[in-house]
Design a protein around this ligand. Structure first.
Ligand SMILES: [Zn+2]
Length: 299
């Protein structure tokens, strides 16, 4: 039997008779890479893992050109959380916070909080942004509500993360098409939701994707599509850092050079890549007439 990947993988599937489509994402090494970049408090560690799994999950049923990001901002102790998945399945994420962080960490208790889903291609300026209402405590409930509102179709989203894995499961009722009986569809949907509700976080985290789908939905006909592989990856580049420095302007760049012994070092917070600029580099970038690049990393 073929060995299918069990980590860093996205599975799309169809519960054919029930008229339900789904996506299952299981992150292993990619999540550990993101989680290892900072000493996150437990509640934030879990929330970042859930958001990272969600960023991949949400790419499952759309035609993506560029990247999909989930970004949360607030004026409270959790200042910012960002998770992104590109059309090539490259994931990155980070969060910034102040101590003490409230536990449990509830989205609907954060002051001035906003959560946005951005889809598109930054280079080409083609972006779509949707705002997620934060009436619920968890990332999963908030996104589920967003989906129901934006697509007008029932959806279920489960997310979980621990030290080893970050997992997401999304189910959507497919639009009614000719030949379906609405009543039968509603029955099928509630049956699927009921079965899915029996799934605990531990089982979600510890079970290989295919095994999990067959265990849950063995009485339905599960059709699995070709899995997509995912990996940690960062889209930072010297060009983008150059654009960022140029947008700061001459005074700030010169001040940074003077303060740091005639060299500017920029370290990417996502991947720890270091970029160095000396006085000559700085002159070149400040004198070139290229328009500032769109901000890449959240500020
Ligand atoms: Zn980077």
């Amino acid at each position: 039997m073929e060995n299918l990947p069990v980590d860093d993988v996205l599975h799309r599937f169809l519960l054919e008779h029930a008229g339900v489509r789904g996506v299952l994402v299981r992150l292993g090494p990619a999540w550990r890479e993101v989680a290892g970049r900072a000493d996150y408090p437990p509640a934030l560690h879990a929330m970042l893992g859930e958001a990272l799994a969600a960023s991949a999950l949400l790419t499952g049923n759309i035609k993506l050109d560029g990247a999909l990001s989930v970004e949360l901002k607030s004026s409270g102790a959790l200042r910012m959380l960002f998770a992104e998945c590109t059309d090539h399945g490259r994931l990155r994420g980070l969060a910034r916070w102040n101590e003490p962080l409230p536990e449990p960490l509830a989205l609907n208790a954060l002051p001035d909080a906003s959560m946005a889903i951005t889809i598109g291609n930054v280079e080409r300026g083609q972006r779509y942004q949707g705002l997620v209402e934060l009436q619920h405590a968890s990332v999963a409930e908030s996104l589920e509500n967003y989906f129901i509102q934006s697509e007008q179709l029932p959806a279920r989203i489960l997310l979980a993360a621990n030290d080893q894995h970050a997992v997401g499961l999304m189910l959507q009722k497919m639009p009614d098409e000719g030949g379906h009986h609405a009543a039968q569809d509603d029955d099928a949907w509630s049956r699927i939701v009921h079965i899915t509700a029996t799934l605990g976080a531990a089982e979600l985290l510890d079970t290989a994707p295919e095994q999990l789908l067959y265990r849950l939905y063995h009485e339905e006909s599960v059709r699995l599509f070709e899995p997509r592989s995912l990996a940690f990856g960062c889209s930072c580049s010297r060009e983008r850092v150059t654009g960022m420095l140029r947008s700061l302007g001459r005074d700030e760049v010169e001040a940074a050079l003077t303060a740091r012994g005639d060299e500017i070092e920029v370290i990417c917070e996502f991947c720890a890549q270091r970029y160095h600029f000396d006085r000559i580099d700085a002159e070149v970038l400040l004198n070139s007439s290229v328009a500032p690049a769109a901000p890449d990393t959240p500020q």
